[in-house]
Design a protein around this ligand. Sequence first.
Ligand code: HEC
Length: 144
Amino acid sequence: MIRLPLALLALASLSGCGDGDREARRARLGPEPTLEARMSVADPAAGASVFGPCKACHTIGRGGPDLAGPNLHGVMDAPIGQRLARYGATAALRSVGGTWTDAAMDRWLADPARFAPGTKMIFPGIPDALARADLIAYLRTQSR
Ligand code: HEC
């Protein structure tokens, strides 16, 4: 019977750490980890918090409405800027071509204006590379 309280304690201390222990993961990865290395330790629950500011302009639930930006349900691996016929993505974004791979999404979230010059997504980008990986892992969970 002593196991249960201990397990609860462990859970509580984990969930108390809102960034999914990002600093510990960062330390393990070392300087300038590759995207592949970052994705191998990415934490979708931590990514859900990184998504907070995105909610000003995006919903992510299935069938959610477009706000200033398009609904993002199932965006990973979908064609860039072409997924929702009802949403008028800019030519700047549509002309990028290809699909939202981890690598494309990582570059977009680092600096939208650099990835698609002329985009109407006015967002400075997320400088923290591991936070971007967490966010991408979260986006991948929002597809069912
Ligand atoms: C100030 C409003 C705003 C914020 C904040 C914002 N976006 Fe956007 N987002 C947009 C707009 C507008 C577009 C359409 C861009 C275009 O057509 O050039 C867009 C487009 C996108 C797309 C492309 C969708 C597709 O169908 O190809 C993705 C992915 C995306 N945003 C993710 C995010 C994420 C993740 C965040 C948070 C880190 C975020 N956005 C924050 C406004 C915003």
